[in-house]
Write a protein that binds this ligand. Structure first.
Ligand code: SF4
Length: 388
């Protein structure tokens, strides 16, 4: 039977755990080895049929470690196309050569010693990103790890620790006991998670594994987008864009502005798009914002001139623009142009018009150089200058 990881449902990732049995590394409080905590029994491997992995990215060893019995892991997974390998064993150890893997590696640099030290890899050539485990008392270590890896232009994904064993939680005030996917844990409170994210808001190479908004991979996309970025070669624009796309998971509730103008398709909007946008608007309203949604708040029965005029006036009075980007939507390009001009005008006054991207799936695998997506990524993070 093929067991499916519920965290991955709806995402472009599929799990493969090629070797059966508990992980011999047995890191402290690891859920994988705890009986019944993993979504599949440990006495059989998780090997999806190759047919099922077409157009998906195979994540190898979400439990277990790809550098344990490395040759066997490589042989068993050679049938898959797009894939990456998880490990917490550094390539500074004898017999560990990431270059042997036929896919990039995600390395957890503080897998065993979460609080005191992290491994510093020197050969980063086949590393897709470095995962750093975060809790509310290891900020100094995280700062150092972030500095070490991002100064070498390697993306870092922060992963908030969840604890099953209560005695391991050094700052109980920052944690609460609640369910995550299948099991309950001591989980970092959302407010603390946002604070941690804000520490690295301006570092375009630091990402968060999931967000307070959703624990699911389909709402995060880091693994998929960073895999694509590694495959085509990192560029600053690509990474800025990915970071900008993730910011919306943390930003809308935190941002100061109250009036939001939503750029999105109107004609030809699919039911799926409309449902997504409605849920998004509800969240903004719950956070106390007012939203101008052109499909409803602009008189769509009037002339093209009047529609653009109404949208233009709403943009002029908004505090921030949120974008559901559909490259096929002409009106979105027009609205984006108006918002861009307003941002330039605000720039003369030393102000900005913040922008947030909201539909990650559509954008995840688009090449962003010389594109509207690239423009949006740049806009999010840089004050636009007249001299560019
Ligand atoms: S970084 Fe994102 S996509 Fe990767 S495992 Fe975490 S939630 Fe899933």
């Amino acid at each position: 039977m093929l067991y499916k990881n519920p965290k991955l449902i709806g995402s472009k990732i599929i799990d493969c755990v090629p070797l059966q049995g508990p992980c011999p590394l047995d890191c402290p409080d690891c859920f994988y080895n705890r009986p019944g905590a993993f979504y599949a029994p440990l006495d059989e491997p998780v090997m999806p049929p190759v047919e099922e992995t077409k157009k998906l990215l195979v994540r190898i060893n979400s439990g277990g470690d790809s550098c344990v019995n490395m040759d066997e892991v490589i042989a068993l997974t050679s049938c898959y196309g797009d894939k990456f390998y998880n490990t917490s064993l550094p390539n500074t150890l004898p017999n560990i050569d990431y270059g042997k893997f036929p896919g990039p590696v995600v390395f957890t640099c503080n897998g065993r010693d979460i609080d005191h030290d992290f491994y510093r890899l020197e050969d980063l050539s086949n590393v897709m990103f470095v995962r750093v485990k975060v809790n509310s008392w290891n900020y100094d270590l995280v700062d150092k790890a972030v500095r070490y890896y991002t100064s070498r232009e390697v993306p870092v994904v922060l992963t908030c620790m969840r604890y099953y064993t209560e005695s391991l939680v050094a700052r109980k005030v920052d944690y609460e006991w609640r369910k995550h996917i299948l099991n309950s844990y001591w989980i970092l409170k959302d407010r603390i998670w946002r604070e941690i994210w804000l520490r690295y808001r301006d570092n375009g190479l630091v990402f968060s594994c999931a967000s307070p908004r959703s624990s699911l991979c389909k709402d995060c996309h880091n693994c998929y987008t960073l895999y694509q970025a590694k495959k085509v070669g990192y560029s600053l624009g690509t990474l800025r864009f990915i970071k900008a796309a993730q910011a919306v998971n943390f930003d809308p509730v935190l941002a100061g502005g109250k009036n939001v103008f939503l750029i999105c398709p109107v004609r030809g909007m699919s039911t799926e798009q409309e449902d997504f946008i409605k849920r998004y608007i509800d969240r903004l309203k719950d956070a106390g914002k007012t939203v101008h949604w052109p499909a409803v708040d602009t008189d769509q029965g009037s002339s093209e001139w009047n529609i653009c005029l109404q949208n233009g006036k709403a943009i002029l009075t908004c505090d921030e623009v949120h974008v559901f980007w559909d490259p096929a939507s002409g009106v979105s390009k027009f609205d984006l142009g108006m918002a861009f001009m307003l941002n330039l005008i605000k720039g003369i006054m030393g102000m900005r018009l913040p922008v947030s991207l909201i539909n990650l799936d559509v954008l995840a695998d688009r090449q962003v150089e010389k594109s509207f997506e690239g423009l949006l990524g740049k806009w999010k993070h840089e004050v636009v200058s007249w001299h560019e």
